[in-house]
Structure formats: structure tokens, C-alpha cells
Design a protein around this ligand. Structure first.
Ligand code: MOS
Length: 745
């Protein structure tokens, strides 16, 4: 495998022709999904070695803290069809972890001992011939606990003071510039407000599911599992089961949504693997919906204090953002103040995040971890500041725009930043001039109508990513990479990238993903997938172009690829002919890495969200009436799939603003609304016409594709635009999300 490092601004490349890339292609795998032909992890059955898979049923702890004192498995084991009951008593030796929170680089042991760290942590795993038998036997287990559930350390507000004293690692991440306290004290206009956001659940469609099968010797594992990060789960499962990563084969071809919950792996994966090895037959497990809510991760609640100090003209001179969140020991903080380090000007800055110990289930990444909830607070605070200043909220944002990292100064400019254009273009398209600055002054029958705006910001990240691109004998092209498609469009845009580079049609490219046998890839997370995995495909295709040109007898520097042919001046050869004549397979495998352009340039995607709501004068009901997002995220590789990402983000942002909330039972230490009947997410009837505009942008410092992340940008700021519209409609400012009817009235 060769390597290719992206460490200087991208020059002109064949991608700039945009014959296939940046065009609106429907999803390659869409027809397979809607006709039920896409096989998900739990569904594999055709392969001979998968015949007769047994069903595993996970049993979660019934207390939030303590120890399992005893498990009587007798009755369960005697039930029809039961093959095995796993408990801490008969688990094999596993790799150790210092924290019950799954880590990207570590073992995630299940039931290594009788300790219970959180509610619905696995305490048993029942395997039977059918799902129903396994579930029935699980209910017949008699489990006694030494219950050490304490009162009170499940609620963030009750533990946040610990964080102040802690002097934790978090302090090293503070942004401290100038004299915040002095400047804030002297400011002509001061705003000091605290917002809260609740725990949230990813609520993806497909549950976490795994199907494990071992080779005959019981030495090598194949794990079909719904996971965003093939190389993380491969390494993590290997560490957990004390295997070599090369003895763990991961298959994750289709994923019914992840939103960050499937960055890590859980009991379904580890316990299916352990049971399958013991039984010498395949075992599969899908978590039930209630288990997903407490056994897997969630987005942690935050308490955020924002302080803004300006001069009389609205120029920010002091900007402060403190974010508090909690997690199990060893877990990480929700980085909700992160964007405030980069989004607005201000020469005196104090930006911090603090972490408390909280014994809820593990907190983890959920779509745009940090910004998604950070912007809920910051962008409402900016709206509050605009009102104090009697300024238009867009004008205030434009005034405080900054083209470089406010901490490092002009020597660290943004690689690209069209925030102001997004705000202004959106204002025009949405009819912002019709907004009344006076809250509660616009009526439509029984509805009070208001408009709201928010900026959008999501950091742009890139990760090493490899790919193989091959020219097949018939002239078709195959792309292989460990990259996953979590519903985002990876199959399609990676096919477009290869097609553009090799001058073929998209339908002539087969894209194969989600298999650890392929080159290691960035995986899907943090909005880095498209740009990173695309870069791997780009470099591999570039190397393949040289090989094809040489095989055709042309000068690689002069070769042009178009219409399924390779050209030099006025000579050309069909790619299929080149492949047929080549003595060796024409393929290239390249691992793309990234240099330090992200240190030289601050990198983020930008946007602006506009929302119109109606608030019912009598009932307080809030209806979103229309919404527009404008995004500037570098080259948009496919306007259809990118638009879908934005629509999904906007829908999720509306949910965050108006309904999503995990309710903490502070006696039992669990989330009690653990199903989709009681954890509310928007349904079609909640979502009106949504519109998306992409601004033209090529970011040549981000990747050779000149794109930036877009998948998470769509949610960042949305909820604040909704909340600001609710305030504009009703005059009611709600600082604790979600904005439910009881808070409006
Ligand atoms: Mo994302 S929350 O990194 O899948």
C-alpha cells in the first residue's frame, strides 16, 4: 500500500470538472434498502456457516449501582430451547477497562465481575433456539443485588459544584484570552444567562445488533455488526476478547442510522461473540428499544452559563461560556462551549467546560457532540443580546464576525468562512425583513407568529483513510474501503469520486464498504467521513490513472480520462481493452493521511438557520411553520445526499428544541422514558416545508476534494432558531430545553 499525505492547499484536479461529482445522483444503494434487499447485521442467513444461528437476549441490571449477589439460572436453563446462560460467573477472561464508558481505543468488557456501574449494564445473556424462548428464559432468571443506589448523584444540577472544585483535566482546555472579568465588568451592555439542555437519545431506526460466528477451531471471529467505525470495533473487540485484530473480521455493510451511538460497541457484540464461541454455532442479538436507552450511550445534559459584554454599538469585548456536564468515572465531558472559542470576535475570552461524576448510563457522542447543544445556548444568548442592544440579530452577528481564530490571531485564518454570506443570503430568501422586532406583535388568527435566526457552526475534521480502486477486465471500476454508510450517502459519493477521476459513469463503479478486509478508513463520525474517505479514494484513483496510462502506452502526465476511455492527444483506448491486455490486475491501494493544515488554518463549516413558528395564544402549542438552512461546507459532493443530511439535521434540531428529553429518575438512577412512545422525536406531522440552500465554496485547505463536513452542520443552531422564533412570536424566553407547552404558558 502506498501513502499520500495532504499537506499543501489542493491544486486543480480532475475532480474540478464536476462531471459526476457535485451532481445530484440518487443513492446507489437506495433501491436495495427500499426493497428489503440490503442485508443488515441481524439478518444474515444465506451463508452456510450462518445456518442455525441461535438467539441471544441481553439482561440489563435492575439497579443503577451495586453488585450482583446471586443469579439463580436453574429455572431458565430448564426452559425449552435454552442453550446457554452467561453471567459474570462463566465469562471468559477479558481485556480490562478502567471505565464503564466505552472508549474508542479500548476493551469494553461485559460482565467481567459482579459490579454494576449503571442501570441496564449487562448482567446476563440468555441464548436459545428462538428469540421468544431466550426472552422468556431471561425473565425467569432470579437476580439478587446488593443495591448501592445512592440518592442524588443522577442529577447534573446537584453535582455540578463538584466540577468547580475538581481542578480536573478540563482546565487545560480552557480558552483564556485578555482580561475577561475586567472587560465584562466595564462593558456598556452585559448579558449573563444560563441555559440547560437535557439528556438526549440517538433514537436511530435500526437497533444495535450483532451476529457472531467463529471458524471451526474457535480461533477467528466474524462479527456482523451495526457499527460506524470498522477499525475501532475490530480493535476494541480484539482487545476485549484478547485476540489479535487480524482474527476479528468485522462486516458492517448497511447501518440503519447511528448518530454517534454506533461509534462504540456494546453487549450485543461482545456477548454474542462469547456465546457463539462456547456453543460452536452462530449467535445473534439485537438490543430491545428500552435497552438501547439505558444500556448504550446518550448525549449528556448540560448547564451552560454565557456572559457577553459589548460596547454601545454591539461590538463584543468580553465573551464567556461555561459548560457543565456529567459522566460515569472515566467518561468525557460534553464539549458544549467548544464553538464559542472560534465563532465570534472579542478580545477578552473565558471559555471553559467542566465535568462531574454522574452515575447515569454512559454519556457519549451524539450528532455534532458539543456544538449541537452548545449552539442551543450560545445562539439564544446572542438573540437576547441583540434585543438588549435594540439591534437586528443578524446585524449583531455580522458585526462580530471574525476571519481568524480569535485566540491565535490573524496568523491562523479560517480555511474558508462564509458565515456572513449565509446569514445575508438566508435573510433575503426567507423574507427576514418581514420580522417585527416587537415580540408578540404578529398574529394569524389564534396564532402568534414569529421569526428566528441562528448561526450554524461545526468544526471540520479529517482522519486518515485508505481505499483500493481497481479497473476490472470488462472496464468497470471497483472501490473497496472499510468506510461505512450510516444512511449518509457514502456508497454514492465515493462512487462519484472514482467515476470522476477515471472518466466513467457512476453506474460503472461498484462500491464495497463496511468490511475490515478492505483498507482501513476514517469511518463515519464527526462529519469527517465524506471528505476523509473520499480523499482515500481520490489518491487511489489517481495512482490507478498512472497505471492505466502506462499499461495503455501513454504518458501518465498527459493522459486524459473521459467517456470510459483513456486519451493521449488524439489517441485513445477503451478502459476495458486496457484492462483485458494488462498482464497484472490494474489496481491501486493508497492510505491517505493529512498534515497540519488544520493547525495552520482554523477549519469549520458554517451556515445560518431561519425559522418561522406559530405559538397558539390559548394552548401554548408551538408549530414550526417553515424553515430554511443555508450552508457553506466546501464542495458539496452530492446535492441530493447533502440536502438529505441537512433536512435530517433540521428535523433533529426541531426535536431538540421542542420535545426531545430523557427524564432522569433520580431515585432509581435511570432514564424512565426508554421507548419511542415516551421519548418524543418529531414525526411527519411536526415538520413543515424545510428548505436548504448550499452556497458555492471550494476549500482547498481541507482536502484534495475541497469539501468540508456537512452531516452534522445541519443540526447545529437549528434549535436556537426555533427558540428565538418562539420568543419573537410570544415574548416568552425559555432557557431550559425542550420548549414544552408547560413552559410557554
Ligand atoms: Mo458522530 S456523533 O461523531 O457519529
Amino acid at each position: 500500500m502506498s501513502g499520500n499525505k495532504f499537506d499543501a492547499p489542493a491544486g486543480i484536479s480532475p475532480l474540478d470538472q464536476e462531471k459526476v461529482l457535485a451532481r445530484p445522483h440518487p443513492r446507489k444503494e437506495g433501491p436495495l434498502k427500499v426493497t428489503g434487499q440490503a442485508t443488515y447485521a441481524y439478518e444474515y442467513s444465506a451463508e452456510p456457516e450462518l445456518q442455525g444461528a441461535a438467539y441471544g437476549y441481553l439482561v440489563g441490571a435492575g439497579v443503577a449501582r451495586g453488585q450482583v449477589k446471586s443469579i439463580d439460572t436453574g429455572a431458565a436453563e430448564a426452559m425449552p430451547g435454552v442453550l446457554l446462560v452467561l453471567t459474570h460467573g462463566n465469562m471468559p477472561q477479558q481485556g480490562e477497562s478502567e471505565t464503564p464508558v466505552p472508549q474508542e481505543d479500548g476493551a469494553t468488557p461485559q460482565m467481567p465481575d459482579p459490579e454494576v456501574d449503571y442501570y441496564h449494564q449487562a448482567v446476563a445473556f440468555v441464548v436459545a433456539e428462538t428469540f421468544e424462548q431466550a426472552r422468556a428464559a431471561a425473565e425467569a432468571l432470579v437476580i439478587e443485588y446488593a443495591d448501592q443506589t445512592p440518592e442524588g448523584d443522577y442529577v447534573l444540577a446537584e453535582v455540578m459544584e463538584d466540577a468547580e472544585k475538581a481542578g480536573s483535566d478540563e482546565e487545560s482546555k480552557d480558552q483564556r484570552v485578555g482580561d475577561f472579568a475586567g472587560a465584562f465588568g466595564r462593558a456598556d451592555v452585559q448579558l449573563d444567562v444560563t441555559y440547560t439542555t437535557p439528556d438526549q437519545s440517538h433514537a436511530m431506526l435500526e437497533p444495535h445488533a450483532s451476529l457472531a460466528v467463529w471458524d471451526e477451531a474457535g480461533e477467528a471471529l466474524t462479527l456482523y455488526t451495526s457499527n460506524q467505525m470498522v477499525h475501532w470495533v475490530q480493535r476494541g473487540v480484539a482487545k476485549t476478547l484478547q485476540l489479535q485484530p487480524s482474527d476479528v473480521h468485522i462486516v458492517s455493510r448497511y447501518i440503519g442510522g447511528g448518530f454517534g451511538s454506533k461509534l462504540m460497541f456494546y453487549g450485543d457484540a461482545v456477548l454474542s461473540a462469547v456465546a457463539a464461541r462456547k456453543l460452536g454455532r452462530p449467535v445473534k442479538c439485537a438490543l430491545t428499544r428500552p435497552q438501547i436507552f439505558n444500556h448504550t450511550s446518550h448525549r449528556p445534559a448540560t448547564i451552560q452559563r454565557i456572559r457577553l459584554g459589548t460596547d454601545g454599538d454591539g461590538r463584543i469585548h468580553a465573551i464567556g461560556h461555561d459548560s457543565y456536564s456529567g459522566n460515569l468515572p472515566g467518561g468525557s465531558a460534553e464539549t458544549a462551549s467548544h464553538q464559542t472559542k472560534l465563532l465570534y470576535a472579542g478580545e477578552n475570552r473565558l471559555i471553559r467546560q467542566r465535568l462531574s461524576e454522574l452515575h447515569l448510563p454512559p454519556g457519549g457522542s451524539m450528532r455534532a457532540p458539543g456544538e449541537a447543544v452548545g449552539m442551543l445556548a450560545l445562539e439564544c444568548a446572542v438573540d437576547e443580546l441583540a434585543e438588549k442592544l435594540e439591534m437586528d440579530p443578524i446585524e449583531l452577528r455580522v458585526l462580530n464576525d471574525i476571519g481568524y481564530d480569535p485566540e491565535k490571531g490573524p496568523q491562523r485564518p479560517f480555511s474558508s468562512r462564509r458565515l456572513v454570506d449565509c446569514l445575508q443570503r438566508g435573510a433575503e430568501a426567507f423574507g427576514w425583513e418581514r420580522r417585527s422586532a416587537q415580540p408578540g406583535s404578529v398574529r394569524d388568527g389564534e396564532w402568534l407568529v414569529g421569526l428566528g435566526v441562528a448561526s450554524a457552526f461545526r468544526s471540520n475534521q479529517v482522519k486518515p483513510s485508505g481505499a483500493t480502486v481497481r479497473l476490472e477486465k470488462g472496464g468497470k471500476v471497483t472501490v473497496e474501503t472499510q468506510m461505512t454508510d450510516i444512511g449518509t450517502g457514502s456508497y454514492t459519493i465515493l462512487g462519484q469520486t472514482a467515476a470522476e477521476m477515471l472518466g466513467v459513469r457512476l453506474e460503472d463503479v461498484e462500491v464495497r464498504l463496511g468490511d475490515s478486509d478492505f483498507p482501513k478508513s476514517s469511518g463515519s463520525g464527526g462529519s469527517w467521513g465524506a471528505n476523509s474517505a473520499g480523499t482515500g479514494v481520490y489518491y487511489a484513483a489517481d495512482e490507478l490513472r498512472s497505471k492505466i496510462a502506462k499499461a495503455a502506452g501513454y504518458d501518465p502526465k498527459k493522459a486524459v480520462f473521459k467517456d470510459g476511455e483513456v486519451w493521449e492527444d488524439n489517441k485513445c483506448t477503451l478502459l476495458g481493452v486496457v484492462a483485458a491486455k494488462a498482464p497484472e490486475p490494474l489496481e491501486a491501494t493508497v492510505n491517505a493521511t493529512f498534515g497540519d493544515l488544520d493547525k495552520q488554518y482554523a477549519q469549520a463549516s458554517f451556515g445560518a438557520h431561519f425559522c418561522e413558528v406559530g405559538v397558539h395564544r390559548v394552548t401554548g402549542e408551538i408549530r414550526v411553520r417553515r424553515m430554511l438552512s443555508v450552508a457553506a461546507a466546501g464542495r458539496i459532493f452530492n446535492p441530493v445526499t447533502a440536502r438529505s443530511q441537512c433536512l435530517g439535521g433540521m428535523t433533529m434540531g426541531i426535536g431538540a428544541a421542542l420535545m426531545e428529553e430523557l427524564h432522569v429518575d433520580d431515585h432509581l438512577g435511570l432514564f424512565i422514558n426508554h421507548d419511542l412512545a415516551e421519548y418524543h422525536v418529531p414525526v411527519h406531522a411536526d415538520i413543515p416545508d424545510l428548505d436548504v440552500i448550499f452556497l458555492e465554496e471550494l476549500d482547498d485547505k481541507s482536502s484534495p476534494l475541497k469539501g468540508k463536513g456537512v452531516g452534522e452542520l445541519g443540526i447545529c443552531g437549528v434549535g436556537a432558531a426555533v427558540a428565538n422564533a418562539v420568543y419573537n412570536a410570544s415574548g416568552v424566553r425559555i432557557r431550559n430545553y425542550p420548549l414544552t407547552v408547560d413552559k410557554v404558558l
